[in-house]
Design a protein around this ligand. Structure first.
Ligand code: ADP
Length: 427
């Protein structure tokens, strides 16, 4: 494309994203106003959640040449239960504003935890976003939480919708808290809030619940995975998710350490970050792909980058797949099944086997020919819904079909019609 065409497309893209933000904000606000917004508490890994928020904000701050500081305090728990999506939305809004309204100096995120006075299973988390930006006058402070209110100079207004803080305030209120602001015109602003969350030390167990069932292990020989990331938070989330399922996990802090480890062991798969100090992910990828011994190891590139170009480049550089950060457990499971060629063992299947106590049950029992013919017909037409309905019927008809149902369901979840056809043909 010519420069002019590229410029045109980039404007269309910007307008599209702006419209999307506007639509999402208006939807959120109307949901709140009609009392339809609900919080969905789930247990998740707090350090990697925060790390992903910080990475996104750091990129934005770098683009504006301002400093971004985040110092996690030691007293933060590993697992908490909260509405992860809404908490992320609140933090990204406050941090996004702080960066948008700061031209010199820095934006700081401070988070501290303190125990609940009467309940030891609850932690109080205090969030503080501080900037050295344009500040807000006392008169303006009264308006900023109102929908469609934007204060200050016009140049910045076009970037936002004036809905962010209204939504953020409402969400924080739903979390039984409120946002307080202190600001001085020309000096900067501080936004803070404190929420109480149940501790969830077993967060990895709830993450292993997939649409098909709870994953408790995998079939076949023990697999070793090398995870390369300079942030312990990012390594820790994957190690915590996979160790309980029976994977041997090896960690490296950067590309050089990963290459050193490779001289001593032969992992079945590598998961790597891209930007790291000393030797980055790109360089490591290229060295691994050039080496005689390791060139065939599947490598999953995991990055917080939202740019399609980074995904494409990492695939072109030799990555086999892309896993976006923050890591979603289900996405990780799908990629592992694909590249390690393994199938997951679900809690339900095991119950069936334990109850039946019959060796024969260990093997996959195929459904009757008529049922199989229906499935093959749906697969031929590419009708996933039909396959799903058929599997549900089978699952209810007799527990002995469960291993077959689970395996096929996994392929249905991956939307892999090719593999489904192959699988049924073998049957
Ligand atoms: P917008 O989409 O304009 O960012 P918000 O509801 O998030 O809408 O914020 C409302 C207004 O509050 C902003 O337009 C800005 O004038 C003011 N504001 C919010 N955060 C800050 C900040 N950190 N520093 C200075 N002004 C701010």
């Amino acid at each position: 494309m010519t420069k002019k065409d590229q410029h045109g497309i980039s404007i269309i893209h910007q307008c599209g994203s702006h419209l999307l933000t506007l639509i999402n904000d208006i939807l959120d606000l109307s949901k709140i106003e009609s009392g339809k917004m609900e919080l969905h508490l789930i247990a998740f890994h707090l350090p990697s959640f925060l790390q992903a928020v910080v990475e996104i904000s750091r990129i934005k701050a770098e683009q504006k040449n301002i400093d971004f500081h985040y110092q996690p305090t030691a007293n933060l728990p590993d697992g908490i239960a909260a509405d992860e999506k809404r908490l992320r939305q609140v933090l990204l809004n406050l941090l996004g504003n702080a960066i948008k309204f700061t031209d010199n100096g820095s934006v700081n995120l401070e988070i501290s935890g303190s125990s609940h006075p009467s309940n030891s299973s609850i932690i109080k988390l205090h969030f503080r976003v501080r900037d050295t930006g344009v500040g807000i006058s006392a008169a303006q402070l009264e308006k900023i939480f109102l929908p469609f209110e934007q204060v200050g100079d016009d140049a910045r207004k076009s970037e936002g919708t004036g809905l962010g803080l209204a939504i953020t305030q409402k969400i924080v209120e739903m979390m039984d808290s409120s946002i307080s602001v202190q600001s001085e015109l020309g000096a900067g602003s501080v936004f803070e809030f404190e929420i109480s969350c149940p501790l969830a030390a077993d967060w990895m167990h709830s993450s292993s619940f997939t649409k098909i069932g709870k994953i408790i292990g995998y079939s076949g020989s023990k697999k070793q995975i090398l995870i390369v990331d300079d942030r312990w938070e990012n390594r820790s989330v994957i190690v915590n998710l996979l160790s309980p399922l029976g994977f041997a996990m090896v960690e490296a802090e950067n590309g050089r350490e990963a290459l050193e480890k490779l001289s001593k062991l032969m992992p079945d798969l590598i998961i790597t970050d891209l930007s790291m100090p000393v030797v980055d992910g790109w360089e490591m990828l290229s060295q691994v792909r050039r080496s005689e011994n390791f060139k065939n190891i599947p490598i999953i590139v995991s990055s917080a980058s939202v740019y399609e170009i980074d995904r494409q480049q990492s695939l072109a550089a030799g990555g086999d797949d892309f896993l976006s950060k923050p890591v979603q457990a289900e996405e990780l499971y799908v990629l592992l099944a694909k590249h390690l060629d393994l199938s997951w063992v679900y809690a339900e299947t095991l119950t069936v086997l334990a109850n039946s106590q019959e060796q024969a049950e260990l093997e996959m029992v195929l459904p009757p020919a008529s049922e199989l013919a229906n499935l093959i017909e749906y697969a031929r037409k590419g009708q996933m819904k039909g396959i799903e309905q058929e599997l549900e019927k089978l699952s209810k008809s007799d527990a002995k079909y469960q291993p077959f149902v689970n395996q096929l369901n996994q392929l249905v979840q991956e939307f892999n019609i090719q593999k489904i056809r192959q699988f049924l043909q073998q049957g």
